[in-house]
Design a protein around this ligand. Sequence first.
Ligand code: ADP
Ligand code: MG
Length: 634
Amino acid sequence: MTKEILEFKTEVNQLLDLMIHSLYSHKEVFLRELISNASDAIDKARYESLTNADIQKDGGEWKIKLSIDKAAGTLTISDNGIGMNKEEGIRELGTIARSGTMEFLAKLKEKSPDDSTEMIGQFGVGFYSSFMVADRVVLISKKAGTNDCVRWESTADGTFTVEDTEKATRGTDVILYIKEEEKEKYLTEYELRRIVTKYSDYIDYPVVMDVERQKESEIDKGKKYTVTEEEKLNSQKAIWLRDKSEITESEYNEFYKHVAHDFTDPTKVIHYKAEGTTEFTALLFIPSRMPFDIFYKDFKYGPMLYVRRVQIMEHCEELIPQYLRFVKGVVDSSDLPLNVSREILQNNRQIEVINKNLTKKVSDSLSDMKQNEFDKYLGFYKQFGRILKEGIHFSYEKRETVADLLLFSSTATETGKYTTLKDYTANMKEDQKDIYYMTATDFEDAIHSPYLETFKEKGYEVLILLDEIDDMIFTGFQYGDKDFKSALRGDITLDKAKEEEKKESEKKYKKLLDLISTRLKGDVKEARFSGRLKDSPCCLVGDEGAMDANMERLFRSMGKDVPNTKKIFELNPTHPLIEAMNELFEHDQKSEKLPKYIDMLYNQALVLEGSRPKDSQLFASMVSELMVKDMKST
Ligand code: ADP
Ligand code: MG
């Protein structure tokens, strides 16, 4: 029965520090967090009790109880849920297991207190928020179905203690030693009642509190005496089963915050009941802000799955496609068996039907928002567009639906304005066959890049795609009967005249072109004349079907091996440089200047592509040399 003193992991200390010193507003949410944990714990116990005879209800109903002890200065939150043993106490309340926590907290530190309150909402404040109102927290817990108990205690000074203890009933008591200055607030019945109805009214289990009532004596009429009665503080109605017309916006919002562990209101609520062969109720939310860990591998998504009001799973990935993984909420099915397992879910007809149905509802709702509340949609899109568009690549069936939800910047849009594929295709020039796009890391760089010169000349609009995954998403995509074509790849010659010009130049400069090809043999696949350039002398393009420079950079940054596919070196036949170089070549085929200038030309193409010159130092010294010559000659 020894007491162990353990240290919090760094990320817990950082979080505690923030809780205690930076977050001043909304301290009362600590109660929501603790009640939510209690409710989660009961969900787990209730679910386990379906299959595990050892977890019987040891007397009484499932419930969460608040007790005030004014003399001791404590508020206790008790539940008869799953409980914890010592190991779990150390693991769950000594570390934060979510990946990305450290990065997140580091980012948070740079923000002003106001912004950090907002940001921390994405993170979910959880158990540690108790320390916003308490200077000491003691937790006594008994793991359901066992005799393992733990007493956990901390004053948030960097350490916590755990020791064995005894507890009569299953579940957890969280005892908060309320800070002096908060006592008036959090040790009064009235305040607690208010906070519970505000944040936790829909909790599935009764949240009760002992309250003192004056009663009149039955025997001695007129004489009053005091009784202590347990009173339920919440209405306990599963919000998703209530009638839509009776639910206020703020009730929806609070419920969202409970399920999503978010601080900010959702951008859209989707609430409906499906009837027919598959019956279920769905209450879904589209968040207004991206969870910080959505791009991590272990990010858990999918609505909560309930079967006839019993929670079966916290995140049911089978219910929603990956590209809608930002959607949060609850699905309550009337048809599934209560003991449904992961394996069953994976090939279940009902689940498939629900998935289809939810997918349609969400995309209809997004489409509606795009039509009727564009500003709101834009806000959504800036957060989640990147995820949404994965649907193009991963969902063959829905790719057109997803495509119509996308917004694009292009060579024809003003800054801050967007176009859609519908508009793009409607505005296509008569002789334009394909939808052109260019991937880039910077919009301004892109629109001034040499790759777009001939498009500009022809008046063709080019979509500028700035997300790293764009090339993967749009390669090979067809919208209606129009192909997506990268402006950076393949042979792009938009009209007949250019085609002729190219052919003529190929004849005229054949020998020079051969020399260039030979000189750059190790670096490029071939050298050829270009149909896409107007003002710039040269550029590098990918082979049709090759990976573009953006993607290559992305893969390299992820530590992946990228095969060194050689680019094609394209030259502008109408650029004076080519003519000049050819004159030099005809005059003196052995001139030392030729290989030097070919290298320079190649380096320019690298720079224009957004890469580094092959030998930066050499390139710079050659440019300087030319500058000196030029200045001396004038
Ligand atoms: P979250 O609820 O998002 O997991 P918290 O910080 O609120 O994060 O809680 C951390 C963990 O501590 C929970 O995941 C759970 O394992 C454990 N825990 C907290 N409160 C209780 C409780 N009342 N009963 C059982 N386990 C609990
Ligand atoms: Mg929690």
